[in-house]
Design a protein around this ligand. Sequence first.
Ligand SMILES: N[C@@H](CCC(=O)N[C@@H](CS)C(=O)NCC(=O)O)C(=O)O
Length: 279
Amino acid sequence: MSFEIISETQCFGGTQGYYRHAAETTKCDMRFSVFTPPQALDGPVPVVWYLSGLTCTEDNATVKAGFQRVAAELGLMIVCPDTSPRGDDVPDDEAYDFGKGAGFYVNATEAPWNTHFHMYDYVTRELPALIKEEFNADMNRQGITGHSMGGHGALTIFLKNRETFRSVSAFAPIVSPMNCPWGEKALTGYIGADRAAWADYDACALLESGGATEVNILIDQGLADNFLEGQLKPELFEAACEKVGQKVTLRRHAGYDHSYFFISSFIEDHLRHHADALK
Ligand SMILES: N[C@@H](CCC(=O)N[C@@H](CS)C(=O)NCC(=O)O)C(=O)O
């Protein structure tokens, strides 16, 4: 599969790389980052996917989450995709929470978004195929995490692909886009007004329809997060887990907000959570 190396830089004995490829699913050039730990020189290593939130690219987590030191210690490859299709041909919206930088990890069915906004297929199918072929990744050992919109992506993609992922975690996730303004706007715009179709991209609804999984889900949430009550509503996920008997460790942290200062404070715990499951 063809892809281009934008840059590769040594970091904690491994390699932090930025890459670009022509993606079929999103019909545009897509960028992504991969941290390859030093252990990959000796054989295939487990992969943790990190899905970012609104306004982000592949760069935000790569430069601000601080995952490289622990990923190098644990021998984890970290893949950070972009959050939407990009380029002059791709439609956009002037708001920060829709269009570019806000793909919501769905396959859009509504025009004009349905030509490029196939982030679900991109993240679950096209980019994994490239990672499998071009990097020393053990695709039988995959975990997924993410922040905010990316936390929604991680939870829903995990719940819809139970055979693919052995571990999942999230930072301040949108747990029920059907029940928050960010999600209602995105799902109406990308999927259409029929709310029945939205359930396929709602972690709470997917858990209730699909039942509990075997894994323990780790979620961290800051209590000084401006989006906590209006958008994130972790109590909805707690209730859904309770209903179906899903194990979840939901940690609420006084004083932490929605920023990468919060994520970088707890990223080590998340990577250890994944490494334990992916051993
Ligand atoms: N203050 C943000 C609101 C969106 C936001 O907080 N985005 C989070 C993800 S939901 C983020 O990580 N932003 C980029 C960053 O901090 O690097 C903006 O208007 O750009």
